[in-house]
Design a protein around this ligand. Structure first.
Ligand SMILES: [Zn+2]
Length: 339
């Protein structure tokens, strides 16, 4: 409670909804990411918003999401930015922060329109530190040298620190980006992490042993819903088991909520189901080491930066599961991109 003593008078209205500490909600948005971070003082930041506006509107009502000071888009894919549209429209945040790379979809254009209408200032990520009440938010810019046409490896990361507690999320980054961050930041900056968002919904080319050895996650939340990509992959789940992390999944557990006390102690609760703990894994899975599947060679797959490129290659429409298909090209999310 001593934290509140020094707060400016202006924040007293939001103190009514303060919960005594930091709250982080990994919102159940199906296949996609949306993380709500709320300070003890009642100010919030939304990191990604999930794939639909309607689901986010439900969540805004359910969790009474208000007083959002900033929204952060990890990258411009639809499963990350679509839900930011109602968040910005209803909250008029001060800042919209992204990697500086414009999206190529109508969803992106709508988000930019809403940002402009809300009077929200656009900021390109640059390792800024945002002080959200008593919570320190450090933005991780993509390392230099990431190919501009490849959104995943230009994901914006976010480190959340409060009372000794640390959480980390890095969008849909891949080994190319995490390797850059490993070169850029000291190991003591990257880990250990109390609560960590699984990269790219548990894809096989996101989290990797070298990165996780630095991050040292104690708890992992996989933000995932029904999908045809095989997320979360056995490869990723096996990595989390090997580092001894407790795993939560929004498809099985619903929204996962972390509450951190001013003392730094924290608790994780979920809407339903139980977390998967390494100690209680079936013996068949936990005894002998299982060989890791090597990450799929992304380079072997074509990458289309926009639908014009898909059409130029004579591949339109691209169906989900076909080489080169990605959410960002599939505006209406029906599994047929560049129709
Ligand atoms: Zn994604």
């Amino acid at each position: 409670m001593t934290l509140f003593r020094f707060l400016p008078f202006l924040l007293t209205l939001s103190l009514a909804s303060a919960q005594g500490g930091l709250t982080i909600r990994f919102l159940d948005v199906g296949q996609g990411d949306a993380v709500l971070i709320t300070s003890p003082e009642g100010q919030s930041v939304m990191y990604d918003g999930g794939r639909t506006e309607s689901r986010m509107r439900e969540l805004i009502r359910q969790y009474q999401i208000r007083n959002v000071q900033a929204v952060i888009a990890s990258h411009a894919d639809a499963d990350h930015i679509t839900g930011l549209i109602p968040v910005v429209a209803l909250n008029r945040p001060k800042f919209f922060i992204n990697n500086g790379l414009a999206g190529t979809t109508q969803t992106w254009d709508r988000l930019m329109n809403v940002v402009a209408q809300a009077g929200t200032t656009g900021l390109k990520v640059n390792d800024q530190v945002l002080q959200l009440g008593s919570v320190k938010l450090t933005l991780l810019a993509p390392p230099v040298g990431m190919p501009r046409g490849y959104p995943n490896v230009n994901s914006v990361g976010l480190l959340v620190e409060y009372a000794g507690f640390r959480a980390l999320m890095t969008g849909d980054s891949e080994a190319l980006e995490t390797a850059g961050w490993l070169r850029k930041y000291p190991a003591s900056f990257l880990g250990p992490i109390n609560v960590y968002k699984s990269i790219h919904h548990g894809a096989s080319n996101g989290d990797n042993p070298v990165w996780l050895a630095a991050v040292r996650p104690q708890n992992v939340v996989v933000s995932v819903g029904p999908n045809s990509y095989g997320h979360p992959t056995r490869t990723a789940l096996e990595l989390y088991r090997k580092v001894g992390a407790v795993v939560y999944r929004t498809d099985l557990n619903g929204t996962v909520t972390v509450t951190v006390q001013p003392s730094g102690s924290f608790a994780i609760t979920s809407e339903k189901g139980a977390a998967s703990r390494p100690a209680t894994a079936p013996s068949g899975l936990s005894s002998s080491p299982v060989p890791l599947t090597p990450p799929r060679a992304r380079d072997a797959e074509p990458y289309y930066s926009n639908c014009a490129a898909v059409r130029a290659a004579g591949k339109a429409p691209l169906l989900r599961g076909q080489p080169g298909y990605r959410d960002g090209l599939d505006r209406d999310g029906d599994g047929r991109a560049c129709e």
